[in-house]
Design a protein around this ligand. Structure first.
Ligand code: SF4
Length: 368
């Protein structure tokens, strides 16, 4: 393993005050007393890569801002002790929820020169935020957004969701309007998926496909009008503000993920740490690898993964002869259904394909 290159470094903080009703991420509520052990475990994991040259850092979750200011400082110091000054990274993102990004934490992030903050907003109507089980109001978000701008953060992302229970097109339009008026540099847009073991699943909620499609279409138009470039299925950026870190995933490049449930991809091997918090902590303390799954992606399977990642990008994917030959039937079928199109020797998702991307991607994962 080359210790000198670590293009993308992801650190997972799996703590949340309360689990949102749609969430199936590796995130735990009521585990605040594990944070010190967790941060020490992360520090130990960082030790395997000490001295590596980091291009992009992404601290995600869970809710990284569930850490208090002292814990956040410990984490950022650990990063700097292993990988050098955060100031020198090309991009350093921290995910934050409005209710827990207090002013002292904003000051702290600024003092470390973190240069990108990603805020989970989801909707601007408090009624919908309550339905989602979110712990903040729109006013909380506005306060935090203002603090970040006042302190000079010039690269902000805002997450929005569509296809929510009791969300009407008018609500979603209003969310888009309000976000466009604020003008963050980046907007991420997620259509609700009702996942197993979530509160929404237990309540039997189903996403209305037609309404969802209308909202997605509305977002494409409104965000484009407002000067955002749609560069990935779910992501929109003002020119020059595309997420450098996330493009590492979509371009099928190497990255390292640290923490409970985090995935790394290096040397053709994908490795995922256990998503069970206590097991992760115990293993790290006993000096045992926290990796639970390890697979070497090869042959057609690897090719399929490269294709589905590449198709996420609106710029499209240049197909190798092998990609054309191995998936000949799939290309014919998807083109026939109007989900993809070929142009300038590249393949791209059509507007219907963008909305139904998961159906397209299924064609490229085994069994083929
Ligand atoms: S804040 Fe994010 S990670 Fe935490 S429960 Fe909600 S959606 Fe999941």
């Amino acid at each position: 393993m080359d210790p000198n290159s670590l293009k993308g470094l992801y650190i997972h903080i799996p703590f949340c005050s309360v689990k949102c009703y749609y969430c199936d991420f590796v995130a735990f509520s009521g585990q605040g007393n594990s944070t010190t052990r967790y941060l020490k475990a992360l520090q130990k994991e960082m030790g395997s890569y000490k001295g590596a040259f980091v291009d992009t850092l992404y601290i995600g979750g869970g809710t990284p801002t569930e850490l208090n200011a002292e814990e956040l400082k410990f984490l950022l110091d650990s990063v700097q002790n292993h990988f050098g000054s955060i100031r020198d990274f090309q991009e350093s993102t921290l995910e934050a929820n409005p209710e827990s990004l207090s002013r002292d934490k904003v000051d702290l992030l600024k003092s470390y020169d973190m240069n990108r903050i990603s805020l989970g907003l989801q909707a601007t109507q408090d009624r919908l935020l309550r339905i989602l089980g979110r712990q903040h109001t729109y006013d909380d978000f506005i306060l935090v957004y203002g603090n970040l701008r006042r302190l000079g953060f010039k690269n902000l992302n805002v997450d929005l969701m569509f296809g929510l229970p009791e969300q009407f097109l008018a609500d979603f339009r209003q969310s888009l309007e309000q976000v466009c008026d604020l003008g963050p540099e980046h907007v991420s847009l997620y259509g609700l998926q009702v996942e197993e073991k979530t509160v929404f699943k237990k309540r039997g909620y189903r996403v209305e496909e037609e309404e969802s499609r209308e909202m997605y279409q509305e977002a494409l138009e409104r965000l484009t009008q407002a000067g955002y470039r749609h560069y990935e299925i779910s992501n929109f950026a003002k020119p020059g503000y595309e997420s450098v870190h996330n493009q590492i995933y979509w371009r099928d490049e190497e990255y390292v993920g640290l923490g409970c449930g985090a995935t790394s991809y290096r040397g053709g091997v994908r490795k995922t740490n256990t998503g069970r918090l206590n097991l992760y902590l115990n293993r790290m303390e006993e000096g045992i690898s926290p990796a639970e799954e390890e697979e070497r992606l090869e042959g057609k399977e690897k090719l399929g993964e490269t294709i589905l990642l590449g198709l996420r990008m609106l710029s499209g994917l240049r197909l190798s002869e092998r990609m054309k030959a191995e998936f000949h039937e799939q290309w014919q079928d998807l083109q026939g259904k109007g989900l993809i199109f070929f142009e300038d020797s590249k393949v791209r998702l059509s507007s219907e394909g963008l909305f139904l991307a998961n159906r397209v991607f299924r064609e490229f994962v085994p069994p083929f």
